[in-house]
Design a protein around this ligand. Structure first.
Ligand code: MRU
Length: 346
């Protein structure tokens, strides 16, 4: 990709401020825990895998200047950092997965000096980034086999390079197909209230030279009825053991519409998005966002002052509406309780 979503830069975390896109392409540097927490919370960095990477790098940032003299004090500082980062956003399980990985690495290396430990934790965060890159490419490769020549795909929100370290999940399928010479086109849902589809997905696809058409969320049914869509591909923030899938609010609507129009509905996600601790999607915590994002998301009031607002940031698509889940280890088909286990253990 022509950009790096998030990286370690000399004791700081460098990331693209996605709230400014597509009008401004700007990097920001987070040099303490509150600044990376705020960047996650306010969606400067966003998308489940990228949030995981922000968590891993954030945990390293939290102990980078530690003056702890003992392993126990160091571990206590790390715990304080990971507990704090874990309060930023609740739905994408990749955040908790990455924080656990950094913590477990610290626990497995209790024999090292504090300065060596810091380097080992940074190296583990870099491994997470490298694995994420490979994962995106593998999802692209597995997913593109599901597409036919001249297919048009509908996607919701942004599951592209901006939502990962590089290349994306749902968009990886489109990038791979395009790079392999398959002729495809895409409809991108605008994705109210924060417009990740309009601002980010179209931006990424246009840069890649893929034919993309923007629609408002409430146009999807009509577009499907007109026969314009052959596949839906979306990302995921957390997938329960039975395949129920949390993704950006509005994804469930799209899944119902796809079912009603007999269109395959694919979820593309790495195995780090699987949460086998949860039997079904009803246990997935759904983030609630502020009313201002709905009433004046981009600086202009679009509703009466003081109106009551309800704003869940994610919804859960039942597994019964999911045709298949594309992971880095292959494509899982129903029943997901069995096939997802195979993907995780592959
Ligand atoms: O609130 P966001 O922008 O972080 O939500 C992002 C999504 O819902 C993505 O579809 C999901 O995280 C998958 S990203 C590869």
């Amino acid at each position: 990709m022509a950009f790096s979503t998030i990286e370690w830069d000399n004791g700081k975390i460098k990331l693209i401020d996605q709230t400014l896109l597509p009008n401004e392409f700007k990097h920001i540097y987070c040099d303490d825990l509150p600044s990376i927490w705020e960047a996650i919370k306010s969606l400067r960095v966003r998308g489940a895998p990228a949030i995981g990477i922000a968590g891993a790098l954030g945990a390293v940032l939290g102990i980078w200047n530690s003056a702890a003299k003992t392993y126990e004090l160091f571990l206590a500082e790390l715990k304080e950092a990971t507990d704090y980062l874990a309060t930023s956003r609740p739905t994408a399980v990749n955040l908790f997965w990455a924080l656990d990985r950094i913590t477990n690495t610290a626990k497995e290396n209790s024999n090292l000096s504090i300065s060596e430990l810091k380097e080992v934790l940074l190296a583990e965060a870099q491994v997470i980034i490298e694995e994420d890159k490979a994962m995106c490419r593998a999802i692209g490769k597995h997913g593109m086999a599901l597409l036919n020549e001249n297919d048009t795909i509908l996607t919701h929100c942004n599951a592209g390079g901006l939502a990962t370290s590089d290349y994306g999940t749902a968009l990886a399928v489109m990038f791979s197909a395009h790079e392999a010479g398959k002729k495809i086109s895409v409809f991108a849902d605008e994705t109210r209230p924060l417009l990740q589809g309009a601002r980010l997905t179209t931006w990424e696809l246009m840069q890649a030279g893929i034919d993309v058409t923007l629609i408002c969320d409430n146009m999807a049914a009509q577009v499907m009825k007109e026969g314009k869509i052959q596949n839906v591909i979306v990302g995921a923030d957390r997938i329960a053991a039975n395949g129920d899938t949390a993704n950006k609010i509005g994804t469930y609507n799209v899944a119902i519409l796809a079912d009603a129009h007999d269109i395959p509905f694919y979820v593309a996600a790495p195995t780090s998005t699987l949460d086998f601790n949860l039997k079904t999607g009803s246990e997935i915590p759904i983030e609630q966002r502020s009313s201002e994002e709905v009433t004046e998301g981009f600086g202009k009031m679009t509703a009466p002052d003081g109106v009551k607002v309800y704003s869940p940031a994610f919804d859960v698509t039942p597994a019964s509406l999911v045709t298949a889940i594309i992971t880095e280890n292959g494509v899982a088909h129903p029943p997901f309780t069995d096939s997802l286990k195979l993907m995780r253990n592959a």
